[in-house]
Design a binder for this molecule. Structure first.
Ligand SMILES: *Cc1c(COP(=O)(O)O)cnc(C)c1O
Length: 371
């Protein structure tokens, strides 16, 4: 029997240890802790990677989403359209702006169903918040088309989608802003919390600088306090770690795609398993998560655990049926989101996963359904 964890921070650290320690030593020796050159370098390189003019480092993707919405003027009594089938932070960010989250259903690909989008638009709608879940970009052509037609702002939740493309363009480069997370389990993770906003708007950049550092600019001594902000900077030490990890990013995304391919090949033979949507000419997915839909999901989860494989059932209760939503906004009915919450399970997915481990996971799932 093997022991395969759902995330594997330790193996990655083993691989990067010398580089990490030497970077930590450099940064700490220089006393470069808050908004120093490492943050600036990372912001510049990250913007270039995504293909936007600017990137502004903050302390999490959740704050990135809140700041982006606020900078676009989202406020009380506005509506922002997003999905229920996402990590709760996408919805939370809307509520923190005082706005009302309007949750629409997802399609078979786990992403915002653009056929349902136009119906959800009202005179109060201010923005759309598409979530590129599992590292697959939403139908951005259609979303941008509707945004233009109804004069809506677009904030992309790209927390799971660094490296994912749509018609050759990177996630996070379509809307007014893209928001990314460097939570350790994300494709590009730091050693704590971190996030970033990508944008082409100098106004968005300026506002994010103010929000993240108490209403003062990046060089605080040069600016008066002109706004009430927060403490939400990307730490310089984390930025140094992210700078060194950026070198590996393309290789890691490539490896995730290879692993997905192996899973696809092995699992598509099992009739009780539905593999995730495939990359094609339009989309190259980044596979933050490898999520399958299965019969007897909870039993499979237990069986895999008994066989040394850790998997994740993310949201047994969909977000739109959580008390924090129903109490304030009432009950909505989103059949596909509800069905997915009963069927989905995430398999281990990280670049350090070996071929032997992947085959063992596939074999164990086969054994479960052969019983
Ligand atoms: C991880 C995640 C977030 C939140 O990121 P943090 O950096 O932890 O705040 C938001 N949205 C999605 C889809 C995520 O996966």
């Amino acid at each position: 029997m093997k022991n395969i964890s759902f995330v594997n921070y330790k193996t990655e650290y083993k691989q990067l240890r010398e580089e990490v320690l030497s970077e930590l030593d450099r940064v700490l020796t220089n006393g470069d802790l808050i908004l120093r050159g490492d943050v600036e370098k990372f912001e510049k390189d990250f913007a270039e990677y995504v293909g936007t003019k600017y990137a502004i480092g903050v302390n999490s993707c959740t704050d990135a989403l809140i700041f982006a919405l606020k900078a676009l003027g989202v406020k009380a009594r506005d509506e922002v359209i997003t999905v229920s089938h996402t990590f709760w932070a996408s919805i939370e960010a809307i509520i923190h702006c005082g706005a009302t989250p309007v949750l629409v259903d997802v399609g078979e690909d786990y992403l915002l169903d653009v056929e349902k989008l136009e119906n959800a638009i009202t005179p109060r709608t201010k923005a759309i918040l598409p979530v590129h879940l599992n590292g697959r970009v939403c139908d951005m052509d259609k979303i941008m088309e509707l945004a233009k037609k109804y004069n809506l702002r677009v904030v992309e939740d790209a927390a799971q989608a660094i490296g994912a493309t749509y018609n050759g363009k990177m996630a996070g480069s379509f809307g007014d802003a893209g928001c990314f997370s460097f939570y350790p389990a994300k494709i590009l993770g730091c050693y704590g919390d971190g996030g970033i906003i990508t944008t082409n708007s100098p106004f968005m950049k300026r506002m994010a600088w103010l929000y993240r550092a108490h209403g003062q600019g990046i060089k605080s001594k040069d600016y008066p306090i002109i706004y009430c902000g927060w403490t939400s900077r990307l730490h310089n030490v984390q930025a140094a770690i992210l700078n060194l990890k950026m070198k590996y990013l393309d290789g890691w995304v490539k490896r995730r795609r290879e692993i997905a391919k192996l899973y696809n090949e092995g699992l598509s033979k099992i009739s009780q398993v539905k593999i995730p949507p495939q990359s094609d000419n339009v989309r190259q997915d980044a596979y933050q998560n490898y999520v399958i839909r299965v019969e007897k999901r909870d039993e499979l989860h237990e069986y895999l655990k008994e066989n040394g494989i850790e998997t994740l059932i993310k949201d047994p209760v969909p977000n739109h049926l959580q008390p924090a939503v129903t109490y304030f906004y009432g009950v909505t009915n989103l059949p596909m989101s509800e069905q997915l919450c009963e069927e989905v399970i995430s398999l281990p997915m990280y670049p350090q996963l070996t071929e032997e481990e992947i085959n063992y996971i596939i074999k164990t799932i086969e054994n479960f359904y052969a019983k």
